[in-house]
Write a protein that binds this ligand. Structure first.
Ligand code: ATP
Ligand code: MG
Length: 366
């Protein structure tokens, strides 16, 4: 897949922009705070209806404007397609158009324009907290499996309600009576999440191991292990069995949850660990090993998406190349020759020879 053209109106610090892209490498350069990441955000949003940085849609509308427009021409699924979003500064719901026809949800354009974002925080993801690893896994899996995304959304809604019940119980003990109903549903949907994750992490781990092995010249054996609720002995077991496992764990933590008013058990605590030659990266990994393993994970994510749709997703590298030493830069650049890539950096340095260079200054292209 390929993004041929992007148009922005009142998006972030862009008043008006029309930009054509190279089918290969696009280098977006400029000093800090000029709009480089905003451009990547617009590209990712165009295809997914999701922002990797905004909490609310209205944040993306240029200060003082009533609405923003993000539109572009894509070549994918063997044809040209136009996508267009209108985002409003107030409470009015956003609008989506595909080839001029109004669409209801982002699900209606699933697979048209897929992106993989790689930013400097991702480089340390194997060292930092479980929440970041979960976010990385979930965002990849959501793009691959729309049904997973729906299940995750439902799980989070139930979890939120349960949390509220646990807190309200101190003032109103009667609410405790509805807890079993929520717990039962939580285990059912939670089991589904575990089932998806087990399969996803297995494929991700295998693909990443190949990249890492290649990069370390075969010296380091990369192994990814998915970690979930302790009563789950086999995350590949049928969903009914997983549901029972989750119920067991919940039962043994029921009192503790009431006492602490917190949801202590369930796949919202899941994590994964990567070992190199049997040693956990989290505990023992050097800077270089940690970064290389993270690069392998990102390249693996891109590969899984490509395998699934038969098309190479766009790779968005936000400031990440400048964080890498030349040998890692070369490794990344050699692995991404196939598809379309957008690279932001402050100092173009050695990359200018490739593809198209786009200079951004104060929300304008110069
Ligand atoms: P860096 O190199 O530091 O990462 P950048 O070029 O990636 O910088 P961006 O993150 O794209 O910079 O943001 C550029 C500017 O956009 C920021 O200064 C921010 O104030 C501005 N900005 C963000 N949202 C809006 C908005 N809704 N309206 C107007 N300007 C905005
Ligand atoms: Mg930036």
């Amino acid at each position: 897949m390929r993004l041929d053209r992007l148009g922005l109106r009142s998006f972030r610090n862009y008043e008006e922009l029309d930009l054509e892209f190279d089918p290969g490498v696009n280098l977006i350069v400029g000093p800090n705070a000029q709009g480089k990441t905003n451009l990547l955000e617009a590209i990712a949003y165009l295809g997914s209806g999701k922002s990797f940085r905004a909490q609310r849609t209205s944040e993306m509308v240029r200060f003082g404007a009533d609405f923003a427009e993000v539109e572009g021409s894509v070549f994918s699924q063997e044809r040209h397609q136009d996508l267009r979003w209108l985002l409003f500064s107030g409470s009015r719901p956003r609008q989506l158009y595909r080839n001029g026809a109004k669409k209801k949800t982002a699900g209606d354009i699933a697979g048209v324009l897929q992106t993989v974002l790689f930013c400097p925080e991702d480089l340390m993801v194997l060292k930092t907290g479980a929440a970041q690893r979960r976010r990385l896994g979930d965002s990849a899996l959501c793009q691959l499996r729309p049904n997973y995304e729906a299940a995750l959304g439902e799980y989070n809604r139930i979890l939120e309600t349960k949390s509220r019940i646990l807190k309200d119980r101190f003032d109103n003990p009667a609410v405790e009576a509805i807890l079993p109903e929520y717990n039962a549903r939580l285990c059912q949907v939670g089991a589904l999440l575990i089932s998806y994750r087990a399969r996803f992490y297995e494929s991700l781990g295998k693909a990443a191991a190949a990249y890492h092995g290649h990069f370390s010249g075969g010296a380091e054996e990369f192994l990814l292990q998915y970690r979930t609720v302790s009563t789950v002995s086999d995350p590949f077991a049928p969903v009914a069995k997983l549901t029972e496992d989750l119920e067991d764990h919940l039962r043994s933590h029921f009192r503790a949850e009431l006492e602490t008013a917190q949801c202590l058990t369930g796949p919202h605590k899941d994590d994964f660990d990567v070992t190199l030659n049997g040693l956990s990266v989290k505990t023992y990994g050097s800077q270089g090993q940690t970064r290389t393993a993270a690069i392998s994970l990102k390249l693996a994510q891109r590969e899984l998406m490509k395998r699934e749709s038969g098309e190479e997703p766009l790779l968005l590298l936000d400031d990440v190349l400048s964080e890498l030493d030349p040998s890692r830069q070369d490794f990344v650049l050699n692995q991404i020759t196939g598809g379309q890539v957008f690279i932001t950096c402050c100092e173009p340095g050695r990359f200018t020879k490739m593809g198209k260079t786009i200079e951004v200054y104060k929300g304008k292209i110069i």
